[in-house]
Each structure stands twice: as C-alpha cells, then as structure tokens.
Ligand binder design. Structure first.
Ligand SMILES: [Zn+2]
Length: 273
C-alpha cells in the first residue's frame, strides 16, 4: 500500500488501549489514541482498521450515488417504499465507517461504546427498513394484517436495537437479530405455502441475503482465518473484513430482491373477495 501520509508509530496488541483489544489474533497495527483530526488522517496510511474503513466506505459512496439510478421512484404508487429501501441500503455502512474511523478517539472507552452502538444501530436499521418493502408486498392483499405486521416488526426492531447496543459479545450481538430474522423467515414461508404475494424471483434473492448476513456474523464470531495464523491477517483478510464484504453482498441481494418485487407489483391485482 502506498503511503500518502507518514502516520504515527503504531502499537502492538499489548500496548493498545484496553477497549481496542477485542481480537487477540490481530497482533500489530493499532493506532494510538488520537484526536478527531488525526483519526481522519489515518485514512491515508496503513494500520489494522484501514481495511475495515474502506470495505464499507467505498460501497457507501457507490450506493449513495448509483442506487438512485436503479430505484424505480416514479413507477411505484407509494414512493415512500423507495425512500425506505434507499435508506436501508445506506445505514449499515455509514455507522460502520464512523465506528472504525474514530474508535481510537481520545475520548476513550465512552466514545468507543457510543460509536459501537451507532454501528449496531446501522445494522438494526438495514434489518428493519430493508424488510418493510418485503412485508408491505407479501401482505399486499391483506391491508389490515399488513399494518399489524409492520407494527410488530418495528417493535421487534426496537427490542433488537436495545439488545444489540447493550450486548458485550459478538455472539450476543448476532443473537439480537434473531427475532427479526424469524419474522422474515415466516414471511418467506407465507409466500411459498400461504397466500403471501411477491415476485417469483425475489424470494430466492432474499434467502441468499439472509444467508450471507448470517454467515458474515458467524465468521466474525469464530475469528477465522486469523485464529490459525495470528499476526498474518492484521491489516488485510481478517474475519471482520470478510464479514464487511459479506454484508455488502447481502445489501446487494436485498436491493435486487426489492427491485424484483417493485417491478412485479406494478402489474399485480389482488384477487377480489
Ligand atoms: Zn465493522
């Protein structure tokens, strides 16, 4: 990696601030405690959070600029569905970039905990906002059930945000999303076996979306590959970066699935009673 800016001396695991010692298989490359300005400068030299920042930073800008071109704003009756979907795609990368960029801020553990909560809220929001179009379309022909389902899902989301922001381990963080995942799964079943509706092509895309997100969360928990060769993946290729890439792929599948449903809804008429 080209060095654009001469960074500070980086720290080994043992010398890093205690609240940054969350992966004992990442041995080197820790940034020292820094001011906000120094954190921003760390975009331009190599350290062990650089990969995490860019694996979500670059997709954030690409999504921000490119997604509006593929979202059918004017072809959908309710434009709010499009707005909710666009925000869903942007939330997780935004929280993540702030967390990874400023986690070594001089404000210490308090700032770190706040940023980590922000990161988790981003993940909760893609879960919640991302599923709203899916719920809306699946229950299209049952308006009263549709509204109740949306309300229940938002309540589950509030519970998920509470669990995820108070969790102390990656296992508990992943578990915070289980209720929303089960709810989505029951919607998928309702599409296959019940009278839920939607594009015949979207369900497969949504299932891949959830599998990628789950797999990413699991890789992050088991800390593979760095567990097998501590120190080798300090800067590139560690479990957290693999999870980041899987999250991006998951968002792309959410986008494809939602586009399928939005295109399908145009020509669909609910059967008369
Ligand atoms: Zn991250």
């Amino acid at each position: 990696m080209m060095v654009l800016y001469e960074g500070p001396r980086l720290l080994d695991f043992a010398k890093a601030p205690a609240h940054l010692q969350f992966n004992k298989y990442v041995l080197t490359g820790y940034r020292p405690v820094s001011t906000a300005e120094e954190c921003v400068r760390s975009l331009f030299y190599m350290h062990n959070e650089l990969g995490n920042i860019y694996t979500h930073g670059i997709p954030f800008f690409l999504f921000l600029v490119l997604l509006p071109f593929s979202i059918p704003w004017k072809e959908v009756d309710s434009i709010w569905i499009c707005v909710v979907h666009y925000l869903a795609c942007l939330c997780p990368t935004m929280g993540s970039v702030l967390y990874h960029l400023f986690m070594n801020h001089v404000g210490g553990e308090h700032v770190y905990d706040t940023l980590l909560s922000l990161d988790m809220v981003g993940v909760c929001l893609v879960n919640t906002l991302g599923a709203i179009p899916i719920i809306y379309i699946t229950l299209l022909c049952y308006p009263s059930v549709q509204q109740t389902a949306l309300l229940v899902y938002i309540l589950l989301s509030a519970h998920g945000i509470y669990c995820a922001t108070t969790a102390r381990t990656n296992v508990r963080r992943l578990r915070s999303f289980v209720w929303q995942a089960l709810f989505r799964f029951s919607l998928f079943l309702f599409r296959v076996y019940g009278s839920g509706v939607g594009s015949p092509n979207s369900l497969r895309l949504f299932v891949i979306m959830d599998c990628l997100a789950l797999l990413g969360g699991l890789v992050n928990i088991v800390q593979i590959p760095e567990r097998f060769k501590p120190g080798l993946f300090d800067n590139w290729g560690n479990s957290h970066q693999i999870m980041h890439v899987m999250v991006i792929c998951s968002i792309i599948y959410l986008h494809w699935g939602t586009l399928e449903d939005l295109a399908w809804i145009k020509s669909y008429q609910c059967p008369a009673e």
